[in-house]
Design a protein around this ligand. Structure first.
Ligand SMILES: Cc1cc2nc3c(=O)[nH]c(=O)nc-3n(C[C@H](O)[C@H](O)[C@H](O)COP(=O)(O)OP(=O)(O)OC[C@H]3O[C@@H](n4cnc5c(N)ncnc54)[C@H](O)[C@@H]3O)c2cc1C
Length: 475
């Protein structure tokens, strides 16, 4: 006899997954939500103090997030944190690993992929030196452990996240001496028109700008970090002016001392689980690159597998919240819990909201677009794949030798085969191959993904696998 399965398994406890669980839980469904981190909340709440601190002022997004967490605790929502989804197959079977101790398998009726995004980087010579860190890491150190990485730091790259992190460093008593932004001041200012009518984002943006403007931080536009240097750790950086298209202007390089450099170039969607499940990807620069393609109701190309949040396109917390709601209602409609009229009625305004958030996302992602000129400026001796120490020159060599697809380059020189499984280098690898072979990126087949999608010790994989059945301590 077939055992009872979960009705819905949600992968990812960020805004999109949380909001979806909050709606689904009121409809007599058995729901599982898994997240690999210690607590729910995803990228946004991960970097904010835990709710037990009553002295901390929360913004409205944090309020929404923490309220959602309280809302789904208990009842028929099973929450599994410290649990990673290692694999999904095209029969909707999920393999979970909990605490490096237990393995579980389940086949829910519906899967909602809400796995979020990660940071994107444009490599430069020396970026692997100790002292060079990512902007996201700075945020986690400050908010997670109350540590500022250095007394004085420099931030470089592109996109609005540079300013979010700079403003947080300043708020926490640190000093950011300079922000080197690859975009021009006009590009940045023209972005602000996308904030009109978006009260919360506008307030947040102006708050960050004010903190930076009233601090000693210098802002340098159209500058790129071209090299990080030091004997055993970072001692100085070389920066250069870039032109309108992002190419380095020869002769404009200058060197300055630096003990800590934080870099970032926007975000890329975590599409790997979707690819494993057989979902079609799409490449769209407006959405930040490769994403999991989803219909208007957020169902992917695989029936019964939905996607919501950054995984369908980088667009910020508000988009993830809207998509979490929309996906939940679409799932309820698919499971026959709400009829077509109610569905159409309840999703009308959400669809409009989503369009607005996608427009915002498009402008947000334009600031971090990897143009061919930017890619061409990466020197041949720059390490691209940090895990396998593969340089830009080796990748170009492989392309010249006839490897014209990401998979061919991977097979030839092992790019993306290290411990991070290409999470860091693949976004830029597509752009390099597309640029040098003059192939539109959407025509390049994305690298195939094999489980486990996360690094896991073999001894864990050798453990017996248990069936995960619905089990709710509170009801
Ligand atoms: C480093 C970083 C910092 C950010 N900081 C900010 C900020 O300060 N302000 C802001 O407005 N926006 C920030 N963002 C953007 C933020 O991600 C969105 O605004 C929004 O919160 C995304 O919600 P989400 O639900 O789509 O994804 P997320 O919040 O990213 O949630 C996805 C969740 O899925 C989990 N997950 C992924 N893969 C697996 C797996 N295989 N198994 C189990 N769990 C998995 C992750 O642990 C994560 O908790 C940041 C993004 C990143 C990448």
């Amino acid at each position: 006899m077939k055992h009872k399965e979960y009705d819905v398994a949600i992968v990812g406890g960020g805004f999109s997954g949380l909001v979806a669980a909050g709606i689904l839980k009121d409809h007599d469904l058995d729901i599982l939500i898994v997240d690999e981190t210690n607590r729910l909340g995803g990228q946004y709440l991960k970097t904010h103090p835990i709710r037990s601190n009553p002295d901390t002022e929360r913004n409205s997004l944090q309020e929404i997030g923490f309220r959602q967490i309280e809302n789904i605790e208990g009842g028929r929502v099973k929450i599994m944190t410290r649990t990673r989804v290692l694999e999904i197959n095209d029969r909707r079977e999920l393999l979970l690993e909990h605490d490096l101790e237990q393995l579980f398998v389940l086949t829910p009726e519906i899967i909602l992929l809400a796995a979020g995004a990660r940071e994107k980087f444009v490599p430069f010579k020396g970026w692997t030196l100790p002292g060079v860190i990512s902007t996201g890491a700075v945020q986690i150190m400050m908010k997670g452990s109350g540590v500022i990485p250095a007394e004085d730091m420099i931030i470089g790259g592109s996109g609005l996240f540079l300013y979010t992190v700079a403003s947080e460093v300043i708020t926490n008593g640190g000093r950011v001496s300079t922000i080197f932004d690859e975009n021009s001041i006009i590009q940045k200012l023209s972005f602000t028109k996308n904030l009109i009518g978006q009260g919360e984002k506008l307030k947040e943006g102006f708050g960050q700008a004010a903190r930076i403007l009233f601090s000693p931080t210098r802002m340098r536009h159209r500058y790129r970090i071209v090299e990080a240097r030091g004997e055993n750790e970072l001692e100085e950086i070389s920066v250069a002016k870039v032109d309108r298209l992002g190419a380095v202007i020869p002769g404009s390089e200058r060197v300055q001392p630096c003990e800590c450099l934080a870099v970032g170039n926007g975000f890329a969607a975590n599409i790997e689980l979707g690819l494993l499940a057989g979902c079609s990807p799409e490449y769209d620069t407006d959405k930040g690159g490769w994403v999991i393609a989803a219909a208007e109701n957020l169902e992917t190309s695989v029936p019964g597998v939905f996607a919501a949040g950054e995984i369908t396109g980088v667009g910020g917390a508000h988009k993830s919240i809207t998509e979490g709601k929309l996906a939940a209602l679409s799932i309820l409609n698919k499971l026959g819990k709400i009829d077509d009229f109610q569905y159409a009625d309840e999703t009308r305004s959400l669809r409009k909201e989503r369009k607005r958030h996608l427009q915002f996302g498009s402008a947000f992602n334009a600031l971090t677009h990897l143009s061919p000129e930017k890619i061409n400026s990466i020197s041949d001796d720059t390490i691209l794949c940090r895990c396998e120490d593969i340089t830009m020159g080796q990748i170009k060599g492989a392309i010249v030798a006839g490897c014209r697809t990401p998979v061919a380059v991977k097979r030839a020189i092992r790019t993306g085969m290290g411990i991070c499984q290409g999470r860091i280098c693949t976004p830029v690898l597509y752009e390099i191959i597309g640029g040098f072979t003059r192939t539109p990126i959407h025509e390049l087949t994305p690298l195939s993904v094999r489980g486990p999608v996360k690094a896991v010790p073999l001894e864990v994989l050798a453990k017996p696998i248990s069936l995960l059945k619905p089990d709710f301590p509170n009801g």
